[in-house]
Design a protein around this ligand. Structure first.
Ligand code: TXA
Ligand code: MG
Length: 333
């Protein structure tokens, strides 16, 4: 059995000791739980890839506590600084030019000249990184290609005793991974929609920022800049059917907003279906609430008792863009 401890001071000290000696810790953050290791230690970093079954070409995010720490690792241009000052600590990851003397393992960055850096806002994540006093590499704490964890239990279910210790600290507030913005080129672009909406980034930058999706890059004949976006991702084990307007035989329903006009092929009203078959991301149609619930509800409905999950449509604005990105990947999986 994997060890799970409530994230009080003593547990955080134990977790820091594990990281210092090259082990792996399940670390709560405000986005999702991460699988943490010492970002300078080749063997520790390699064990992250092994535990997740993650392909070695897919680089990891490095977590630090302060802007000064970030600047020791990477070059930050004016735009990177504007975003960092406004959104850190928080659900934003910046892709920056890696400094030669940064001391990071080359496995963390998968041999690239850039590094992904994030300053998390979660108090336990911050306390753990501070106690370590070195940069902490952490991808989401799930098997590669599976749903991201928003609770300690999800980490235990996905990775089990491949983790030395899981720090439990409730449910992740944002519930979706950070927005990844590439600031290493001529102008910033979004590589992964996430916890911070494009409009909020544009406002701070005083310029429009585009989402450089894998599909767009491929259509333009360019190199894909975010290796992780190539992979099948966030997939539950039963099929997902998007933009559903009805619930079919054997399906569970992942609702959003009012279910008043949702039909079922069995002729019942949705409200008469068993409670275990229907979950609502947000009865009020609130996108932040929906994001916070997305992975945990997919986890709950992902059981063999159902033939699939019918998902109602989610508005494509604000954090809805990131929700739809995860749903589209899950449906493809
Ligand atoms: O919210 C989050 O970002 C969570 C928490 C734990 O911080 N972490 C997370 O990590 O989602 P992960 O490994 O699941 O996703 C990192 C993404 C991947 O798509 C990866 O390809 C991309 O960031 N990435 C990392 N380094 C990169 C780099 N140098 N250039 C381009 N993309 C990079
Ligand atoms: Mg992930």
């Amino acid at each position: 059995m994997v060890k799970i401890l409530t994230a009080h001071n003593d547990a955080i000290r134990q977790a820091a000791d594990i990281l210092k000696s090259g082990g792996l810790v399940g670390m709560p953050t405000e986005t999702v739980y991460g699988l943490a290791a010492d970002a300078r230690n080749d063997d520790a970093v390699k064990s992250i890839f092994d535990a997740k079954g993650r392909p070695s070409f897919n680089p990891l995010i490095v977590h630090v506590c302060t802007l000064d720490d970030a600047m020791e690792l990477a070059e930050m241009n004016g735009e990177a600084l504007m975003l960092a000052e406004h959104f850190w600590p928080g659900p934003l990851t910046l892709i920056l030019k890696r400094k030669n003397d940064c001391g990071l393992s080359h496995y963390v960055t998968a041999g690239l000249a850039t590094v992904a850096v994030r300053i998390p806002a979660h108090k336990t994540a911050r306390a753990l990184i501070k106690a370590c006093d070195f940069p902490v590499a952490a991808p989401s704490a799930n098997k590669s290609g599976h749903l991201s964890p928003t609770a300690a239990m999800h980490v235990a279910q996905s990775l089990g005793d491949k983790v030395d210790l899981i720090l439990a600290d409730g449910v992740s507030r944002v519930g979706l991974e950070s927005t990844v913005v590439d600031c290493s080129g001529d102008y910033p672009v979004i590589l992964r929609p996430g916890g911070i909406a494009a409009a909020a980034l544009s406002e701070v930058l005083a310029q429009d920022i585009a989402y450089h999706s894998v599909e767009i890059a491929e259509a333009a004949g360019e190199d894909v800049r975010s290796p992780g976006q190539l992979l099948k991702h966030y997939a539950p084990s039963i099929p997902l059917r998007l933009n559903a307007v009805d619930v079919r035989e054997g399906e569970a329903l992942l609702a959003f907003g009012s279910v008043k006009f949702m039909a079922t092929t069995s002729g019942q009203h949705v409200n008469d279906l068993p409670l275990s078959r229907v979950m609502n991301l947000s009865k009020d149609g609130d996108l932040d609430e929906a994001a916070a619930h997305l992975f945990s509800m997919l986890h709950s409905l992902d059981v063999q008792e159902f033939t699939g999950i019918a998902v109602m449509s989610i508005p494509e604005h604000g954090i809805g863009v990131a929700i739809n990105d995860r749903l589209a990947r899950a449906a493809r999986g």
